[in-house]
Design a protein around this ligand. Structure first.
Ligand SMILES: [Zn+2]
Length: 167
């Protein structure tokens, strides 16, 4: 079995894990999901946006460090997501006005269990940063299918600013 290229470049000092100069940490999905459920208990549906904001912050930082053409940046971000254990990321489609990403085995869906609405808001936030980086400001991402809602995989579709405003 070959060593994952991202994991091979993780640097470790006591108390500090980093990848290409950015600090990372390992955290159990259950920890994130417990936090998510606690925020949901207080904020209801508005909790989703809090977690998406967290995903956007991390994703925005990752995108800022990525050079290259949009297709290359997408490929790198999806490969990195897979490497660091956020599920198996695959690009379903990318054009000038379309970005769809499918994630198999989302750790968030798996830890959450069964839900009535999609639960992978952190991943959605990261992909929103990706969508804004390659499609433009104001794009959002919707999780159209989620493994926590009885789908085989989670599916994320970018939506242009005007569609969102029209809702
Ligand atoms: Zn999901």
């Amino acid at each position: 079995m070959s060593v994952d290229p991202v994991l091979a470049r993780l640097a470790h000092q006591p108390g500090r894990l980093s990848y290409l100069g950015s600090r990372y940490l390992l955290i159990r999905p259950e920890t994130i999901v417990a936090m998510q459920r606690a925020v949901e208990a207080v904020l209801g549906d508005r909790a989703a946006e809090c977690f998406a904001a967290g995903g956007r912050a991390g994703g925005g930082k990752a995108m800022a460090d990525l050079p290259g053409e949009p297709a290359a940046r997408i490929a790198t971000l999806l490969a990195t997501g897979s490497s660091i254990g956020w599920g198996r990321f695959a690009l379903e489609s990318f054009t000038a006005d379309r970005l769809v990403v499918v994630v198999h085995e989302s750790p968030f869906a798996e830890a959450y269990g069964t839900a009535e609405t999609p639960v992978c808001h952190l991943t959605r936030g990261v992909l929103e940063s990706l969508a804004r980086s390659v499609l433009g400001d104001g794009w959002t991402v919707r999780e159209t299918e989620c493994a926590a809602v009885d789908a085989p995989a989670c599916r994320f579709e970018a939506e242009p600013p005007r569609e969102r405003a029209a809702r």
